[in-house]
Design a protein around this ligand. Structure first.
Ligand code: PLP
Length: 337
């Protein structure tokens, strides 16, 4: 937990990541007795009117925050973003169909590898891996008539981000937005499907939010397991089976908090400031992580596959956290420079 008033540590983890302090405090207050019901949200029936209200309010808030058009469905599912790597082909194409993947880092590579299990032709239309850039669209080898094009809008590990949304014409664009959702405006109508693991800017891990254009529902294979079937889940209000109720509730609190901050555009402004200041100050040394940890700045290690260091500064990281990190970096430089 971070809190500029009672600061203990600043947590720069890439996910599960820092949650807004007011959300954790509200959750703590409401933990044993939600709004006088005498029970925790964790103990409520997902079919009861109280939880239905929590669920519907969360969805409505997300719709407002992202200006999600009415002809898109919002699903609150389980299995994280990785589950969707398999769900995407199972919901959008037949085994003998073609789908295109643009790979700009490790998550795109994993989405492609998983997709390839469910497609005879999972075409790599472009790949920058292991380098770190987005290949220009005029170099992509897209397949005419592909069922979809998959991209990772922000590659969390390599730090590769699409600056503009590619135009794939009539072919639906599917994007993994796990590490960018709610941190800057996304025009949902540019995409057929967006999905995001919750553990960065939304809430507890395990939950995944899927935003899917209604006209893409109903393409699922007959063999698609029910829990991965977007159409079945849309029909049942994401309550085909017992949903991750507590994670959904926390997500709703986070959505309220983002709205209280002024919405996604306001978050983007703060995030731009945080990133600009941090990039301006970056000059790391090997003992940095250990000394930073001792100073209450934790989880600055890079992903285990690439090493180095990284500071994840998702929505809930206060500006004070970035200031504390920059102060530490300057002080570190003076001592070790
Ligand atoms: C862009 C991206 N996609 C997918 C994942 C995997 O998400 P999950 O652990 O929810 O399956 C991550 C990591 O957390 C990620 O950063």
């Amino acid at each position: 937990m971070n809190d500029d008033v009672s600061q203990m540590i600043y947590n720069f983890s890439a996910g599960p990541a820092v949650l807004p302090a007011p959300v954790l405090r509200q959750a703590q207050e409401e933990l044993p007795d939600w709004h006088g019901t005498g029970m925790s949200v964790m103990e409520m029936s997902h079919r009861g009117s109280d939880f239905i209200r929590i669920a519907e309010t969360a969805e409505a808030r997300l719709r407002e925050l992202m200006a999600i058009p009415e002809d898109y469905r919002v699903l609150f599912l389980q299995g994280g973003a990785t589950g969707q790597f398999a769900a995407v082909p199972m919901n959008l194409s037949a085994q003998d169909a073609v789908a295109d993947y643009v790979i700009t880092g490790m998550w795109g590579k994993r989405a492609h590898a998983e997709g390839a299990k469910f497609l005879d032709r999972a075409n790599v239309a472009a790949s920058s891996s292991p380098s770190t850039y987005v290949p220009p669209q005029d170099e992509w080898r897209l397949t005419p008539g592909a069922d979809y094009v998959h991209i990772t809008l922000n590659e969390t590990i390599q730090g590769v981000r699409f600056a503009t949304v590619p135009d794939t014409g009539a072919v639906p664009l599917v994007a993994d937005v796990s590490s960018i959702i709610l941190s800057e405006p996304i025009d949902v109508s540019d995409f057929g499907v967006l999905y995001a693991g919750a553990q960065k800017n939304i809430g507890p891990s395990g939950l995944v939010v899927v935003i899917v254009a209604e006209d893409l529902l109903g393409r699922a294979r007959a063999t698609t397991p029910q829990v991965w079937n977007w159409f079945e889940n849309a029909k049942s209000g994401s309550m085909l089976n017992t949903p991750p109720t507590y994670a959904w509730y926390i997500a709703g609190l986070v959505f309220d908090w983002v709205a209280d901050q002024g919405g996604v555009a306001a978050m983007a402004e703060v995030n731009r400031r945080k990133a600009a200041e941090l990039y301006a100050a970056i000059d790391f040394e090997p003992v940095f992580v250990a000394e930073a940890r001792a100073a209450g700045l934790v989880n600055l290690e890079g992903h285990r596959n690439v090493g180095g260091m990284r500071a994840s500064i998702y929505n809930a990281m206060p500006e004070g956290g970035v200031d504390a990190l920059i102060d530490f970096m300057k002080e570190f430089e003076t001592r070790h420079g």
